[in-house]
Design a protein around this ligand. Structure first.
Ligand SMILES: Cc1ncc(COP(=O)(O)O)c(C=O)c1O
Length: 350
């Protein structure tokens, strides 16, 4: 009934996120054959190798393997800040929108949100919100940025420099949520390390477009990562034979990074086909990585009817957020799947 699905375990064309990607056969083989130890004792050779290679790729002294992107951001915040600190962060960023307010719970810090457009903030706002020394004020403990941004856009190196300059001038560290830093690097035509250079610490996810089942990396100075390792243990993130997971991470770094541009091309192809559906307006200004955002203009349109119709035809999408739908391309999505999805959209609006 459905067009060819890329992976034997996939039953749907799943466009909800790139987090739905499944490990490749090469990853599964590498996992099964992984040389492992107990990573809390520091003697899992595969984790150690993944951390070493990740640090190198990010241009940092050291790296730490953690269970998720949220975990990486939160362990970074806990390591950078003191209780009662204030963090400056663009208001649309993942740390504000999708991490359950955990910075308040785990690190006892408050988020001071900055008005932004796709993760870009006027540096004047940053400058103005850096706290002076005053008995009434919290300390500004961190500036946190995001690239690629979860709106599907990419922040330029120039904008990263402009935004971080006031923080560095004031001696405030910078953390970069680089969940999709390799997607951003493809778009900017630079190495990921050139993006990571703007920040003291950077995290990236192995379990999104890179197809690992689990895992993210936090990278930074050796002394920072040493403290973060202890904080990871405090947060319950000390994993034992984690080499089985790290083995997939190594395949991701060696093989999957370079294919991300295929996902970007497929997103553009999907957007181009959706452009032909009269009721759909694709947000082309957000079409930079593997995400297609669009709105629907039709009288009495029911978003849930569209979601249900697609599902009944084997296509999974999320309901809209703030009026926009988001479709995400990834390793499990081929051009023929996109053509099929387009046909189902056309059928729905017919
Ligand atoms: C920009 C960004 N940061 C952090 C995360 C969190 O990653 P995880 O789902 O692994 O916790 C995500 C997840 O989608 C993300 O898009």
């Amino acid at each position: 009934m459905f067009t060819q699905i890329n992976h034997k375990h996939q039953k749907h064309i799943d466009l909800r996120s790139d987090t739905v990607t499944l490990p490749t056969d090469e990853m599964l083989d590498a996992m099964r054959l992984a040389d492992v130890g107990d990573d809390v004792y520091g003697d899992d050779p595969t984790v150690n190798r993944l951390e070493k290679e990740s640090a190198l790729v990010m241009g940092k002294e050291a790296a730490l393997f953690v269970p998720s992107g949220t975990f990486a951001n939160q362990v970074a915040i806990l390591t950078h800040t003191f209780r009662g600190d204030e963090i400056l962060v663009p208001e649309s960023n993942h740390i504000v929108q999708h991490e359950v307010g955990s910075a308040a719970v785990i690190s006892s810090v408050q988020l001071r949100t900055l008005p932004d457009l796709y993760g870009v903030v006027d540096p004047g706002y940053i400058r103005l919100r850096i706290r002076e020394k005053d008995i009434h004020y919290p300390r500004t403990g961190l500036l946190a940025l995001e690239n690629a941004h979860s709106s599907g856009t990419v922040v330029s190196l120039e904008n990263l420099d402009i935004m971080t300059e006031p923080a560095y001038k004031a001696g405030i560290p910078v953390h970069l949520d680089g969940a999709r830093i390799f997607n951003a690097a493809h778009v900017l035509g630079v190495e990921a390390s050139q993006i990571a250079r703007c920040a003291d610490s950077v995290m990236f996810c192995l379990s999104k477009g890179l197809c690992c089942p689990v895992g993210s990396i936090l990278a930074g100075r050796a002394s920072f990562i040493e403290r973060a390792r202890k904080m990871r243990k405090l947060m319950g993130g000390g994993m034992r034979q984690a080499g089985y997971l790290a083995a997939a991470g190594l395949v991701a770094l060696h093989k999957m990074v370079k294919r991300l541009s295929e996902d970007h091309e497929n997103a553009r192809y999907l957007a181009q086909l959706l452009d032909s559906v009269r009721e759909i307006e694709v947000h082309h200004e957000q079409l930079k990585i593997n995400m297609v955002f669009f709105s629907v203009y039709q009288q009495n349109f029911s978003p849930s009817k569209l979601v249900d119709y697609l599902l009944s035809h084997g296509v999974k999408i999320n309901p809209p957020m703030d009026g926009s739908f988001r479709l995400v391309t990834h390793n499990g999505i081929q051009r023929e799947n996109i053509q099929y999805v387009h046909a189902i959209f056309k059928e729905f609006f017919f």
